[in-house]
Design a protein around this ligand. Structure first.
Ligand SMILES: [Zn+2]
Length: 368
């Protein structure tokens, strides 16, 4: 039951200081001209605002305060060091980002902006994910969840993309192998978008298995085909499950039971990390999951962590842009991590139709 397990939640207010504005100029300047030209051509009347804003994580924190979960303890995080970040990002990328410290700019065509406090926020997001890994290895808690931003799974070794600056989950995986002397890490990415950055970073690395359910290309970022299975020595440790936009709980739970479970039996991870995006919920219009679906997915992941990793499980927030949905999904995930029985998924409406059919049946029988 809820409260049977101890879960550490890391929430650090420094992640709120990443406040990109849509009006900032693009780098380089010629890109700014081009993109504004495209936007003007689209005739968009309404002001576009940056979807990855501080209100997202504030909503999660507020719901946890309004509806506390037994067994869940909240603490602050820490910034990652340059050395920790450099295990997955190149020195030149880190230097380029540091040169932007305190400035305001767009970094890339696909909307990754920075503001004055962005670098510190990104360092705290990555460092807090590291702190979560340390907490489970030190056995201070059974599992941990990091309510962080900016998210990370679109960033690769050399490039910020899709609202992501540092790849938090990849930095944490590399830290676990370095600090805790383990060999095999499993990263599960259930965000609705493919975790292209994480896949890139560990593409040829057989010590990190990457399993990703997502909406199929051409949906952003356009990668994650079934045939992308890793390269070189890493061939076989990348597992992609591209899905149609209406795929919901039944399909995704099926993918977890029938693709992830056998993969994990073969790989035998020593730590499970989850890129926990909440944008697969149907209100986000990317995939068609429910809150019960998130609860059920967490149940499978927790079961695998117990079976193979002595319970070691760390999740870090990725996407989810409707603050209410994001908060509720996170709450349901945390309940299961804290010991609640996971939900069973069903096709919506089927049970109701069976009851209604029963209600009407006798009426039509009398008419015969
Ligand atoms: Zn996403």
């Amino acid at each position: 039951m809820v409260g049977d397990r101890d879960v550490l939640v890391i929430y650090d207010e420094r992640v709120l200081s990443h406040r990109p504005e849509a009006e900032e100029e693009f780098l380089p300047g010629r890109m700014d001209k081009r993109i504004r030209g495209i936007l003007d051509g689209l005739g968009v009347e309404a002001k576009w605002s940056y979807p990855e804003h501080p209100g997202r994580v504030i909503a999660v924190r507020e719901l946890l305060e309004a509806e506390p979960i037994a067994g869940v303890r909240i603490t602050t995080g820490q910034p990652a060091t340059r050395e920790q970040l450099s295990r997955v990002h190149t020195t030149s990328y880190l230097e380029n980002l540091h040169e932007l410290e305190g400035k305001q700019a767009w970094l890339d065509v696909d909307t990754t902006a920075v503001s004055a406090g962005s670098l510190e926020a990104a360092e705290v997001a990555a460092g807090s994910t590291i702190a979560a890994v340390d907490a489970v290895f030190e056995k201070k808690v059974q599992s941990a969840f990091v309510i962080c931003r900016p998210p990370g799974h679109h960033a690769n070794a050399v490039r910020a993309r899709g609202f992501c600056l540092f790849n938090n989950i990849a930095v944490a995986a590399a830290h676990a192998q370095f600090q805790w002397d383990i060999e095999r890490v499993l990263i599960i990415d259930w965000d609705a978008h493919h975790g292209n950055g994480t896949q890139d970073i560990f593409d040829a690395d057989p010590s990190v298995m990457f399993f990703d359910t997502h909406r199929a290309a051409p949906f952003y970022p356009g990668t994650g085909d079934m045939e992308e299975i890793g390269e070189g020595l890493g061939e076989g440790t990348t597992v992609n499950v591209p899905l149609p936009e209406d795929a919901g709980d039944l399909a995704i739970i099926n993918a977890f039971e029938n693709i992830l479970v056998p993969a994990v039996e073969w790989f035998k991870p020593e730590l499970i990390l989850v890129s926990a995006g909440m944008d697969a919920h149907r209100t986000e219009l990317c995939l068609n999951m429910s809150y019960d679906g998130y609860s059920a997915m967490t149940g499978i992941v927790q079961r695998l962590a117990d079976q193979y990793c002595d319970g070691r499980l760390v999740m870090a927030l990725e996407g989810g842009y409707n603050p209410d949905t994001l908060a509720r999904c996170t709450h349901r995930v945390l309940e299961v991590m804290a010991g609640a029985a996971p939900a069973t998924v069903r096709e919506p409406g089927v049970e109701e139709v069976a009851e209604i059919a029963e209600f009407h049946r006798s009426a039509f029988a009398e008419m015969e």
